[in-house]
Design a protein around this ligand. Sequence first.
Ligand SMILES: C[S@@+](CC[C@H](N)C(=O)[O-])C[C@H]1O[C@@H](n2cnc3c(N)ncnc32)[C@H](O)[C@@H]1O
Length: 275
Amino acid sequence: MERQVNLTTDQLRRLANFLQKSCGIFLDDKKLTRFQRKIETIVHEYESGDFNRFYHRLRFAGDKELVQALINAVTINETYFWREHEQFRILVEEILPSMVDQNRLRHIRILVLPCASGEEVYSIMLAILDKKGLLERLNIELIGVDIDTDMIKMAKRACYSQRSVSKLPKHLVDSYFTKDKGSYCFDKELVSLVQFFQVNIFEENLKSRLGEFDIIFSRNMLIYFNKEDKRRSLERFHSLLKSGGYLFLGHADAGMLDRSMFEPYVSGFQVYRRN
Ligand SMILES: C[S@@+](CC[C@H](N)C(=O)[O-])C[C@H]1O[C@@H](n2cnc3c(N)ncnc32)[C@H](O)[C@@H]1O
């Protein structure tokens, strides 16, 4: 759609301030310039370019649809299959086997927050499927959540570009994907085993909504937060994890982890254990 509005730096900063407070997304001037066109298109679509009306609707009327449109426009959703895959090896060769109970089929809950378009969740599933004997001994529940509703739709659709699957071992692509007009679509039956929904890590009642987990993957989101929001996020992971549960972070997310909350499990791989 044609853009018919030019926002000033001050107006863009007011929107950035709102986003930072509501969902931790931190937009400095450089990122604001990068997303300016998208933001202006939304202001045009929702309030014909009238910034004051748009801002009022966002800030004071709490218009959820508009807030979501703005969030979806400015999230950075870069992801792909088998990203930082050494962690999946640690998961299936060390952590999950250590959770096996000889007397009963143990239920293990794994949360991927944020899951973006789903590649990380399905990579975890593929790593588990590829490790013989694991699925028979554990009842694994996989949940993927992200603040961006467009990403959640893509995760449920589960069809990906060649670039997205390019790091996956070939035997996994051959066994679990079908090619459809240039897209690689993940096995539908396996897709139906995962639950995906929209979540803001800073929303109230997160724990009553999601429950407790044995394992949380949170890779490449904290890197976009400021120090305070990173700390708040880590507190949330601590409260969502069962005692002794595992936290996987991205290589750029670690740092400032509070040792009273998390201990390194394998150094160098950003895998931590909740105290
Ligand atoms: C770069 S992607 C990382 C995806 C995947 N975990 C990976 O490492 O490949 C970052 C994701 O964080 C999500 N995100 C940003 N702020 C969030 C928040 N407050 N709550 C939940 N998800 C958020 C974005 O929508 C985006 O999809």
